[in-house]
Design a protein around this ligand. Structure first.
Ligand SMILES: [Zn+2]
Ligand SMILES: [Zn+2]
Ligand SMILES: [Zn+2]
Length: 136
């Protein structure tokens, strides 16, 4: 029997090589969908669904998934997998993101960081006042 493979690489035209960067998981830590596909937050199959690599930990997520997670205040800016403070890796050769949504991600990470610092520097009493100010 003769097997002829046509355009094998055309199917996997683009694949994140996580292993060489020390990332062993090629599933999104939030939705558990493979990175070769799109996440549940993508409206259309084939939507651009970039990957975000954790900087402090070796967890990685779809940009859409981690954005959705960090938009929740109770995420506290932590990695949903290991509960370390989540920050995104930025300068990984060809993984360098060129997506404007990364700006949103940075903004969310920054906002959580500011909240944490404020809580760390604020006594409980002051915190209650702050909370009242914010809700009014
Ligand atoms: Zn995902
Ligand atoms: Zn997506
Ligand atoms: Zn993690």
């Amino acid at each position: 029997m003769k097997v002829k493979i046509l355009d094998w690489h055309a199917v996997t035209f683009w694949h994140w090589d996580f292993a060489t960067h020390g990332y062993s998981d090629d599933l999104c830590g939030i939705c558990r969908a493979a990175f070769d596909g799109t996440c549940p937050n993508c409206k259309y199959p084939g939507d651009d669904c970039p990957i975000v690599l954790g900087d402090e930990c070796t967890h990685n997520f779809h940009l859409h998934c981690i954005l959705k997670w960090l938009e929740q205040d109770n995420s506290k800016g932590l990695c949903p997998m290991c509960r370390q403070i989540f920050s995104a890796k930025e300068d990984v050769d060809d993984l360098q993101p060129r997506d404007p949504r990364y700006a949103d991600l940075k903004r969310l990470i920054e906002r959580h960081r500011a909240t944490r610092e404020r809580l760390a520097n604020t006594s409980e009493q002051e915190y209650e006042v702050l909370e009242e100010m914010e809700t009014s």
